[in-house]
Ligand binder design. Structure first.
Ligand code: GLA
Length: 731
């Protein structure tokens, strides 16, 4: 019966409720995508366990035989492979959930009650499994949302009770996985400002490895929740079994990877329970954020392309849509500008040929003008001495130049030197009676307080009301939370959770009213790059570090998890490379500029103008195509990345020299990927610097087979440190 129900999942909604399980000895619940099955099993005692996560089998009944194939040591507890481990009863390892019941008892034992699978949208199915404690009126529902074609599973949990009194949740993970392999290798990331997404890969040893953040907001500054685990051997781009994981949450997260005594890997991920006991009222539902995972058997590259497809189709705001190229004034003016300077920059924007001018920090505050980062944050009134005619004049002037206009805000923050701080000290996160401690001279507003949520929403709403032509927002968030305390909340243990709920409330309200306006999630660079936030944003700012050499490495790592369309890459004066190198690197994403156009020499300007035209020509391939990492800058002197259109008819290949050692360059050919082996292609070098010519013969034709088997040499060397090739099918 179970098998029939799963085979019968068709669009539109078909409900397959399996209630009469008591007769069966062992019940299997396959949670399936196109290629994979996460199979859960229910034993006689109603324990829900993970019996398999791997390639989908044609005969679902065979999942029941998986465990017989292993001869590992005994599981004394019978819950090592629990689908959601609880604590205080049989479990001896890390738990997914820990509670204190209303009567003070600390035990929890969750047993299977029922499950159902629904298909409400083509390509998506959702399984929910209800678990209940046989002794306490306490239940947990596990949700598995499967994105069929992309092999992505989102997992979350809803916790509820009907006890007489309050229950304290000490831990409340989103997901609990259990994997079997001969060994596990973790690829994780760490960083700091201007050093985001630094990878480390290591073999997982016995015990618990925790990836976490306690920063409250800008939570990914030191570590994002995204990671990969290779099974059996470290996966490469094209080979090996690899699991991608990430928590869809912008606040404190915690992921425990525990290699247990049986040599199996348990992964438990969710909101960080650090300082966050949650008091759950009877009848209240506590819903965790989703933990996202994806398993591939064809290496990290395949996994990343599936991730990109999933993000563009289902998660990232307007993932299939358009993006605006822009000129930003941050690095060209910093806080030092006025109306006439900005009007000149608008002309420069037009000269460059990009779509939008983005006015950065420094346009607001009067009593404590925002002339530096020590004052004015929170006072979102236009600075009268810099911009006496307001923003509206600039929006109009942009329009006169055929341009759109965007603006920077950092609405969640406050400088102590501001009118907002003077007026509403109770809106600021700080410990009463303790010395304030600042991050970039600022403090964080208490979004747990609905009045603060209204204020933050109002900042954006007012900007749009006053300037209906406003076409872009750069939403920054530069501070972490120190001295976590809300003057509004009665229960401080709820602070980190309520802060995030407040943030999402605001973002929801913004998106309900301004559904399509593009917004960049800046967060000082990489501080808030996650798929919960990216539902509200069209792009993110990977790092303030725009040195193109550094960016090659960072963008490479980000690109495992996020598609190029979401990566805001600006050409700036960071780094020693020529403008061509800087621009070529920025083109591997969403192109912008942050340079003094007026200071460019004639050739540099002509190069940039032409590059913008080329970018417009190629952007759909970069944004919507399949990305292939061809040559790894950590292993080779040349970094090479290709974007190939879904129909394999066109593409673009970016190649960069990343070392300065004598003779280094593309000694060996670059093997292309993702082409039609039978088709013929030409390769044309584009983005040539004025006055230079290419050694690449664009008249030659190569079969896809040749380009993928023998490869192609872009002739990268110290005289040609950046080479962009346009690939076009010729037959
Ligand atoms: C952060 C951002 C920068 C810029 C400044 C302005 O550092 O990452 O791009 O907007 O703030 O203060």
């Amino acid at each position: 019966m179970i098998k029939r129900c799963f085979q019968a999942i068709l669009f539109p909604v078909i409900l397959c409720a399996l209630s009469n399980l008591s007769k069966a000895q062992y019940t299997i619940i396959p949670v399936e995508t196109a290629g994979n099955a996460l199979v859960l099993g229910v034993n006689k005692g109603k324990d829900l366990s993970i019996i398999y996560y791997g390639k989908k089998l044609a005969n679902a009944a065979e999942y029941g035989m998986v465990s017989q194939a292993y001869r590992q040591t005994s599981d004394y507890t019978k819950v090592l492979d629990a689908a959601y481990s609880s604590s205080g009863s049989r479990n001896l390892l890390e738990s997914a959930i820990t509670v204190t019941h209303a009567d003070g008892n600390n035990s929890l034992d969750l047993r299977y009650v029922s499950h159902q699978t629904t298909t409400s949208q083509e390509g998506i199915s959702q399984t929910s499994i209800l678990l209940r404690d046989p002794v306490y009126n306490f239940e947990v529902t596990l949700f598995y949302k499967c994105y069929t074609d992309q092999d992505v599973i989102e997992q979350w949990t809803v916790i509820k009770h009907g006890e007489k009194g309050k229950v304290t949740l000490h831990k409340y993970a989103s997901a609990n996985l259990h994997l079997k392999a001969k060994g596990f290798w973790l690829k994780q990331y760490h960083g700091d400002w201007a050093k985001e997404m630094q990878p480390e890969e290591s073999k997982i040893t016995h015990g618990i490895k925790t990836l976490d953040s306690k920063l409250g907001t800008r939570a990914n500054l030191f570590q994002p929740s995204a990671f990969m685990v290779s099974l059996d051997k470290p996966a490469t781009e094209d080979e090996g079994t690899v699991l991608y994981g990430a928590l869809e949450y912008s606040g404190n997260f915690r992921t425990d990877l525990e290699l247990d005594y049986q040599d199996n890997l348990r992964i438990i991920s969710g909101i960080n329970n650090y300082a966050s006991d949650y008091t759950l009222q009877a009848g209240e539902e506590f819903q965790t954020p989703a933990f996202l995972h994806l398993l591939s058997y064809s290496g990290k590259g395949d996994a990343s392309r599936k991730m990109h497809d999933w993000a563009r189709q289902y998660k990232l705001l307007d993932g299939k849509g358009n993006r605006l190229t822009l000129l930003n004034n941050w690095e060209s003016t910093y806080f030092d500008f006025n109306e006439s300077k900005l009007k000149d920059l608008l002309k420069d924007t037009r000269k460059l040929g990009v779509n939008l001018f983005l006015l950065d920090d420094g346009w607001f505050a009067n009593k404590y003008p925002r002339n530096g980062d020590t004052s004015g944050l929170g006072d979102w009134q236009v600075n009268r001495s810099k911009l006496p005619n307001g923003i509206a004049t600039l929006v109009k002037e942009a329009d006169n130049n055929g341009l759109k206009f965007g603006i920077w805000i950092e609405p969640e923050m406050v400088n102590p030197k501001s009118e907002l701080y003077e007026k509403h000290p109770e809106w600021v996160i700080k410990q009463p009676g303790r010395e304030e401690h600042y991050f970039r001279n600022q403090l964080v507003l208490d979004l747990a307080n609905p009045k603060v949520q209204d204020f933050v929403f109002g900042v954006i709403d007012d900007l749009f009301k006053q300037n209906p032509g406003l076409a872009y927002i750069k939403w920054d968030c530069n501070a972490v939370i120190y001295n976590a305390h809300s003057a509004f909340l009665k229960n401080q243990s709820h602070f980190y959770i309520e802060y995030m709920r407040g943030l999402y409330n605001v973002l929801k309200r913004v998106r309900e009213k301004y559904t399509t306006v593009p917004m960049m999630l800046c967060s000082g660079g990489g501080g808030r790059v996650d798929y919960a936030a990216l539902q509200y944003f069209t792009e993110y700012w990977p790092s303030d570090n725009t040195d193109p050499l550094e960016r090659i490495y960072m963008q490479w790592e980000y690109s495992y998890f996020y598609p190029a369309i979401a990566s805001s890459n600006h050409v700036t004066d960071w780094g020693k490379q020529p403008i061509k190198y800087r621009t070529d690197v920025a083109m591997m994403g969403k192109l912008g500029f942050d340079i003094v156009v007026g200071k460019l020499n004639e050739k540099d300007l002509a190069f940039c103008q032409n590059a913008v035209k080329n970018y417009n020509d190629l952007k759909n391939i970069i944004w919507q195509g399949d990305q292939y990492r061809l040559s790894d800058p950590r292993e080779e002197p040349v970094a090479s990345v290709a974007y190939i259109s879904k129909d394999k008819a066109s593409g673009v290949v970016f190649n960069y020299l990343v070392t300065s050692r004598y003779g280094d360059g593309s000694v060996y050919p670059i093997h292309l990927k993702g082409l039609d082996p039978k088709a013929l292609y030409s390769l044309e070098e584009i983005n040539l610097y004025p006055g230079t010519s290419s050694s690449v013969d664009s008249e030659k034709k190569y079969s896809g087979e040749f380009l993928m088997t023998v490869g192609f040499n872009p002739v990268v060397n110290s005289g040609r440190s950046s080479v962009v090739l346009k690939l076009t099918q010729k037959n």
